[in-house]
Design a protein around this ligand. Structure first.
Ligand code: TYD
Length: 213
């Protein structure tokens, strides 16, 4: 299965990704864990460019950079892992571009999907967990987690930007109910872990996703 995690920063995705992966591994699954932007050497270089405070990318350039990192990841990591019968768990994927660049920056959700068509080579997740939480909570948690380090270029954006991103994620979930599971990210980590595990175990049991092994 190809599983992605989406949502605003500070939603607790990383914690849940490691908990899910250890459960999957304990159950005997082979899992490749990766993230966007990044996940490859080239992708990590692009990640640095994207998050640098002094980068003055235009919206379109930014969207193409995320797509470039993704193209590298799909071809060299995701497709390979799936072909070898491994599960892939990815921290953010194309839905993030649709929400952040499409809705947040105002490029347009459909246009961003089109910009990503070549990059993803038709590879869409079997299951996506959307961590939903209020923008204020996201901002507070991100600031607390950062300590004294400066906010990166994306984190510095306005509340209105993140409200558009959150709304776009929720629309995506509404339009793709067979794939996207919305989780209230203000719930406890243990409760979230349990829900996620039940959904994944159930999907595997039902053979959801052509690539399940
Ligand atoms: P992330 O790895 O979640 O950041 P951190 O390491 O600080 O938790 O993602 C980096 C930022 O990039 C995050 O603010 C969301 C943003 N992003 C986009 O704007 N578009 C995209 O397509 C992706 C994948 C991420």
């Amino acid at each position: 299965m190809f599983i992605t995690f989406e949502g605003l920063d500070g939603a607790g995705k990383s914690t849940q990704i490691s908990r899910l992966v250890s459960r999957m591994e304990k159950a005997g699954g082979a899992v490749v864990v990766t993230r966007e932007p990044g996940g490859t050497d080239g992708g990590n270089l692009i990640r640095e460019w994207l998050l640098r405070e002094d980068a003055d990318w235009t919206s379109i350039a930014e969207a193409y950079l995320y797509a470039a990192s993704r193209a590298q990841l799909v071809e060299t990591v995701i497709l390979k892992a799936l072909a070898e019968g491994r599960h892939v768990v990815c921290d953010r994927y194309v839905d993030a571009s649709v929400a952040y660049q499409g809705a947040g920056l105002g490029i347009g959700e459909e246009r961003v999907r089109e910009m990503n068509e070549l990059a993803i080579q038709g590879v869409l997740p079997d299951l996506t967990f959307l961590f939903d939480l209020p923008v204020e909570t996201s901002k507070l948690r991100t600031a607390a987690g950062r300590g004294r380090a400066p906010a990166d270029r994306i984190e510095q954006r306005s509340v209105a930007f993140f409200e558009r991103v959150r709304a776009a994620f929720l629309r995506l979930a509404k339009d793709n109910p067979e794939r996207v599971v919305v989780l209230d990210a203000t719930r406890s980590a243990d409760e979230l872990e349990q829900d996620i595990w039940e959904t994944v175990a159930n999907s595997i049991h039902l053979g959801k996703g052509a690539r399940f092994s």
